[in-house]
Design a protein around this ligand. Structure first.
Ligand code: PRX
Length: 652
């Protein structure tokens, strides 16, 4: 068990929600949660049918769900017809037409745009009509490579309106990453911008897009949003401006929503796994929508008057589910922020909280730790009294950060929901329900109704109380991924092979004697750097593709702000000099191959790597060296044990 998790588990203080919060909460006490949970397990059909009634279907389902653990066929609300954008927009027009759906805060303070439900509806319809005019049809794919600007939200909803599947590429990824994702789903259109802003500087996004598209035959058009007004090259016949297309004569602000089948694909989102290539996680329509709707409602305790802000980037699943689809399906006001938390100063987030009187704030531990380090003078600058509920996601939150968040941001009155989930799960699976549960810093507490997690040992038997093991989910839930785009085999092998028929999360966890869950981190080759999921194999392949490199191994090590950071052991080709310049060159190369987030913090050149007699690199030993451990465990199976001492001496 990693040491930081050990320390998490020694924090034993508990925090009850306040009376006022409880009284108004959707789920008011533990008994109510237990009742709901038990009903959801005893009779899932009835439970989910009741929840789904809160969503508008054009045609009712024939069956709530079916699941065959042998064929892995999973269907929710089969036979039903519905439309996601209809549920996020049209159905609110009767009662919330003039309510703000989206508040956009640009990187510059004065850059603010707001959209009422009616305004957003019209924009979405217009853009859906543009896509239709370009010939896009149900089932086609579109890639988006955009900064956090309103057009991203509009484009997503427009896709769902006409049944086009979106695949969003995080704006910080490289041209190479965009290229693989476009190729992966054979996208017909790429939506990008002339540039994006980062700490006042313009990042030439279009240049990366051009490099990517050059190698992608499937792309017919590139739609460009004008954001930074910098000079860009427009390729004739291929590149078109968003603002020109949307304002063309004949583009109406009404567009009939497509009648989608419950299991029609909604979006693809690439995420990192154990093997080299990222995988395209596929989510479908009805189950995903119902699940993000109800989890957003109960976990964030959404009320009509709330201003809700999730700081994630829409390029990740958190942004999909809990900036766009979940909150909008609830008719909430969702805030989207283009900038970064420490620019122009570390009070930026708190300034936004005060400005928009944010009630619910959802972020990642890495942000909390980074802002905690800056000291409390920044949090005191602004009025945070509007906050009612705080959330955390993406990585384990250490008790120190939890307590700081609770005290200095939540003024000791806001419950904190530490939500555990994954790209593949579509929505939150294990979490406190804020009005119903007593919080323990570092614990994600309980499964959401309908979710049956368990902790298993290597041999598939159940782990006992406080014993760490593999976290699995025993029954499908509505937003479970339905597959890996274009790779059926990988779906089974990654998630359902180790314990046949059970969903393998890849995380380790344990349950304490009170029945509460504690996440212990990944058990596979996935690392969580600042809440970003990175496959070590992916970074290894990137480094090895550098002309000077013979071999490389990447391992994580604990990092005070990022949670985990990457440590690279690199063997160079014969005759190549080990210089600091080369280290910079390797980092740059990784940034080009994947994106700056995958750059290793530490690089150590090694004449040899520790290998078994059969030639396998022993990453376990490298990890222990990177962590600064004296005891490296059993090294007797190494072909050459002397390698280890040298590596240890030269540790970075
Ligand atoms: O290791 C878990 C960690 O993030 C992984 C999923 O990453 P991704 O698919 O990028 O989705 C992140 C946002 C949902 C998980 O396998 N993780 C996520 N939430 C938590 C967490 N680890 C501990 N506590 C959490 N609350």
């Amino acid at each position: 068990m990693p040491e930081e998790i050990e320390s998490i588990m020694h924090e034993l203080r508990k925090f009850k929600p306040g009376k006022e919060f409880r009284k108004k909460a959707h789920i008011k006490n533990f008994k109510q949660y237990q009742k709901l949970y038990n009903e959801s397990i005893k009779n899932p059909e009835k439970f989910w049918a009741e929840i789904a009634r809160e969503i508008d279907f054009f045609k009712k389902w024939k069956r709530v769900y079916c699941w065959d653990p042998k064929t892995l066929k999973c269907k929710w609300f089969d036979g039903a017809k519905l439309n996601v954008s209809y549920n996020c927009l049209d159905r609110h027009l009767k009662t919330r037409k003039n309510k703000l759906a989206l508040i956009w805060q640009g990187e510059q303070e004065e850059d603010v745009k707001t959209y009422t439900y009616e305004e957003l509806y019209k924009e979405v319809c217009r853009f859906a009509n543009v896509l239709k005019k370009l010939g896009l049809k149900k089932g086609d794919r579109i890639c988006m490579y955009l900064p956090m600007i309103p057009e991203l939200a509009i484009a997503m909803l427009a896709c769902t309106r006409i049944g086009v599947i979106h695949s969003i590429v995080f704006g910080g990824y490289s041209a190479k990453a965009v290229e693989t994702r476009i190729k992966g789903c054979k996208a017909k259109i790429l939506i990008t911008s002339d540039g994006s802003l980062r700490k006042g500087k313009i990042i030439p996004v279009k240049e990366s897009a051009d490099i990517a598209v050059k190698k992608c035959k499937s792309i017919k058009k590139v739609i460009i949003v004008k954001r930074t007004n910098n000079n860009i090259q427009m390729k004739r016949g291929r590149d078109i401006w968003w603002h020109e297309e949307i304002n063309k004569k004949g583009i109406k602000d009404e567009c009939k929503p497509a009648m989608m089948d419950a299991e029609d694909p909604l979006f693809i989102l690439y995420t990192s796994g154990t093997t080299g290539k990222p995988k395209g996680v596929l989510h479908t329509t009805a189950g995903y929508l119902v699940y993000v709707y109800i989890t957003a409602k109960w976990i964030f305790d959404l009320k009509d008057e709330d201003a809700y802000w999730c700081t994630a980037d829409i390029g990740w699943i958190t942004g999909h589910s809990y900036i766009i689809y979940g909150p909008l399906a609830n008719g909430a006001t969702t805030i989207m922020f283009e900038g970064v938390p420490n620019y122009p100063d570390p009070a930026r987030c708190w300034k936004i909280v005060e400005k928009f009187k944010v009630n619910i704030f959802y972020t990642a531990p890495t942000l909390i730790r980074a802002l905690e380090k800056e000291g409390n003078k920044w949090t005191k600058k602004y009025d945070l009294s509007s906050l009612r509920l705080l959330g955390s996601v993406g990585e384990p939150i250490n008790p120190e950060a939890w307590l700081w968040y609770h005290t200095h941001i939540g003024n000791k009155k806001c419950p904190i929901v530490d939500t555990w989930w994954q790209t593949e799960t579509g929505g939150i699976l294990i979490t406190p329900l804020p009005g119903a549960m007593t919080l323990k810093p570092g614990s994600v507490l309980r499964p959401f109704p309908g979710v049956i997690p368990d902790i298993l040992r290597e041999d598939g038997t159940k782990a006992s109380v406080n014993e760490g093991g593999y976290l699995v989910i025993k029954q499908p839930w509505p937003a479970m991924l339905r597959g890996i785009w274009g790779n059926k085999k990988r779906f089974r092998e990654t998630y359902f092979k180790k314990f046949p028929g059970l969903y393998l999360t890849g995380d380790g966890a344990k349950i304490d004697k009170e029945g509460d869950f504690w996440i212990m981190g990944r058990l596979d080759d996935v690392v969580n750097v600042s809440g970003h999921r990175i496959g070590t194999m992916e970074v290894e392949s990137a480094i090895v593709s550098h002309k000077s490199v013979a071999e490389a191994a990447i391992v994580p090590y604990p990092h005070a702000i990022k949670g985990q950071a990457l440590y690279a052991f690199v063997s160079l080709n014969k005759g190549v000099k080990k210089t600091e310049k080369l280290k910079d060159g390797l980092r740059k190369h990784v940034a080009e191959e994947i994106g700056p987030i995958a750059k290793p913090d530490r690089i150590q050149f090694a004449d040899a790597l520790p290998k078994t007699r059969s030639g396998k690199i022993m990453r376990r030993i490298l990890k222990a060296i990177a962590e600064g451990k004296e005891d490296l465990g059993n090294t007797s199976t190494l072909a050459d044990p002397t390698v280890v001492e040298i590596l240890k001496q030269k540790r970075q």
